[in-house]
Design a protein around this ligand. Structure first.
Ligand SMILES: [Zn+2]
Length: 217
């Protein structure tokens, strides 16, 4: 077990570690900061945001790309909802950029991309479905599998080539890199700490992350 340097803040209201391959949920109030720390480096963190006041309003990859006129998510990027409203803003980041094109891995995509015998392998979509069926926050807000949409892959490196192809590349993150968003609405966060072992998105070694919610200083 490596010696992980957990980040600490006096103004934090939540600080938890999500184990490799696990699902995780929390609520973040409007104006609070939500930080994800890539404790061991090169970990893909598949993330969905929902409005706590109306779960029908949720993170939209297409609205975010169109409003920002950018395909990568970076410091300063505002994340938009399917109602074209700001849902969160990336206010701090020392990784460089994050993906929202590659989607979440699933049994089905593992089968199509790799081979049929990869079907039973653990996946992000399984994590989402498990959390939405069992987590108290999902029950409280009546969130279900129908609310899953295209997600953000924090720390994941999916470059778009000059001829328009997507590549799932070796990571650009490293131990201790972090990204922090400010909630522009009361939010529900749903994370799958990606268990993928068939491509280099987790450096073939899924690892733990730290999640921190804090009030603005
Ligand atoms: Zn995944």
């Amino acid at each position: 077990m490596s010696n992980l340097a957990l980040q600490q803040f006096e103004n934090s209201t939540l600080s938890e570690v999500c184990l490799a391959g696990d699902a995780w949920m929390c609520e973040v109030k409007k104006g609070q900061l939500f930080r994800i720390v890539d404790l061991e480096g090169n970990q893909a963190v598949d993330t969905l945001f929902f409005s706590a006041n109306n779960p029908e309003e949720r993170y939209s990859a297409t609205d975010t790309i169109a409003q920002n006129q950018r395909i990568y998510l970076e410091k300063g990027t505002t994340l938009y909802s399917n109602f074209a409203q700001p849902i969160a803003t990336i206010v701090d980041d020392n990784c460089g950029r994050h993906d929202t094109l590659g989607g979440a891995c699933s049994c089905e995509s593992n089968t199509v991309r790799y081979s049929h015998d990869k079907y039973p392998m653990h996946s992000c979509r399984n994590n989402y479905m498990y959390a939405l069926a069992t987590h108290p926050i999902a029950k409280k807000h009546a969130l279900s599998v129908k609310h899953i949409g295209p997600n953000i892959n924090f720390f994941m490196n999916v470059p778009v080539t000059s001829d328009g192809h997507l590549k799932f590349d070796d990571g650009i993150s490293a131990p201790g890199k972090y990204v922090e968003v400010r909630a522009e609405q009361d939010l529900i966060v749903l994370i799958s700490n990606c268990p993928q072992l068939n491509n280099p998105c987790n450096a073939y070694n899924p690892t733990r992350i730290q999640l921190i919610v804090r009030d603005q200083a």
